[in-house]
Unconditional design. Structure first.
Length: 154
């Protein structure tokens, strides 16, 4: 685990305050990490339309920030996009943002490891699961994850 400085934590708090849309105030933050640097096979198995659909289904109950890498496709409906450029500063900032989030949804890659490090409730889409299930079944599993989070929050 990266030891974050007070400046790292202030940066994340300030960014959240600046980038949160008025209509999303008070909603839990879910970080989305849909693809890895290489983009295949994740990109082929979980196209942007799948992610657009998930965000569209849960917008208004969660706010979504996409984390990833420079030149990733942007998921429609996300409140903010944190695309890293492979620098140590960006890695520290990913950790700082993750500490501020309430959930993680994404593939089995580095951002998932960061989420697990901070014991963030997570739903991980593995390559094998994406290969073996239909888009509808994947969405149903994601829906169950979000429904569980909302029940626990009450």
């Amino acid at each position: 685990m990266i030891s974050l400085t007070e400046a790292d934590q202030k940066w994340a708090t300030r960014l959240l305050a600046e980038k949160t849309w008025n209509e999303n105030q008070g909603l839990p933050l879910c970080l989305l990490h849909p693809w890895d640097k290489i983009r295949t096979p994740h990109f082929e198995l979980s196209p942007v339309e799948l992610w657009d659909s998930i965000v569209g289904n849960w917008k208004g109950k969660f706010r979504f920030w996409q984390v990833g890498f420079e030149n990733d496709s942007a998921i429609q409906g996300c409140e903010y996009y944190f695309f890293r450029k492979h620098r140590a500063r960006d890695e520290r900032r990913l950790h700082a943002l993750t500490q501020q989030a309430q959930a993680f949804l994404g593939i089995d890659a580095d951002a998932m490891v960061v989420a697990k490090t901070y014991q963030l409730p997570s739903h991980v889409l593995t390559i094998s699961a994406l290969r073996e299930t239909t888009r509808e079944a994947t969405i149903q599993k994601v829906d169950a994850f979000f429904e569980t989070l909302l029940r626990k929050a009450k």
